[in-house]
Ligand binder design. Structure first.
Ligand code: GLY
Ligand code: MN
Ligand code: MN
Length: 255
């Protein structure tokens, strides 16, 4: 799994470095999958998702046929299978290498949600704490940006964030990308044990048709996904080989 994660991280770096306006989504897919196969992976672990601009709002977008535009983000969800084990990484970066102010604001909320969630993964901690952390940080962030209105507690209790964050924070990862394993036992959330691997993948997706938000936000989609190993003392991010802060991404894309 460590090697699957390393290869997949390298493939995302390759896509960031080569990205430019005018390329087609499938050309970034080709770069990613070239890196997988030339590094000894047997195949992608699932159909690679490369969604430019509003295509990032379509959770299982696999057409990958559109042209990438300057000023848009591109959301890539791709991981390889290596010696029967899967990796599962998402990164979102600006096609032209520079985030706009609106994209940066959304990006930083998703990254803060992911960081808060990863901090809650370790032996003895309940599975769902990380998911709850992503909901709280995303809801607070959307309120702070004026995208949601109302009390954070009420929005969380009533699911008011779900128009923007409609999936959960992750899943078991192993020989399958959505690996076997219970999430609850006897109606109680499972407790992490060393050796488990889980994805952490919060996102914010603002539909281009959403007239309740200011026009500048519409069509922005961001997901950040890493593969986290539970260790004896905490956790280890197996996919840290691909940058995820805005500064790191912009630096790599400029190199
Ligand atoms: N790539 C599939 C998933 O993130 O669940
Ligand atoms: Mn996943
Ligand atoms: Mn994924």
């Amino acid at each position: 799994m460590r090697r699957a994660a390393e290869i997949s991280a390298e493939a995302h770096c390759r896509a960031m470095k080569i990205s430019q306006p005018g390329l087609y989504e499938y050309q970034l897919q080709a770069e990613i999958e070239h890196e997988f196969m030339s590094s000894g992976a047997s195949s992608p672990a699932y159909t690679s998702i490369v969604g430019g601009g509003k295509n990032g709002c379509i959770l299982h977008y696999i057409e990958n046929r559109d042209r990438l535009k300057s000023g848009d983000l591109v959301l890539i969800d791709a991981g390889c299978e290596y010696q029967d084990y899967a990796a599962d990484i998402s990164r979102t970066f600006p096609v032209n290498g520079r985030f706009t102010a609106a994209q940066a604001a959304i990006y930083d909320v998703v990254l803060a949600a992911q960081t808060a969630a990863i901090d809650l993964i370790g032996p003895g901690l309940e599975y769902n704490l990380a998911n709850e952390a992503t909901i709280r940080v995303i809801t607070q962030g959307l309120v702070d940006l004026g995208i949601l209105e109302g009390s954070v507690e009420t929005l969380i209790a009533e699911g008011g964030y779900r128009d923007f964050y409609m999936h959960s924070a992750g899943h078991w990862l192993g020989m399958d990308v959505h690996d076997v394993g219970d999430y609850k036992i006897d109606n109680h959330w499972r407790v992490y044990e060393p050796g488990m691997v889980v994805t952490v993948e919060p996102g914010i997706y603002i539909s281009p048709q959403n007239k309740t938000v200011a026009a500048k936000w519409r069509g922005i989609a961001v997901r950040i996904e890493d593969d986290v190993l539970v260790t004896k003392t905490g956790n280890e991010d197996l996919t840290s080989g691909v940058p995820k802060t805005r500064d790191q991404i912009e630096l790599l894309m400029a190199s």
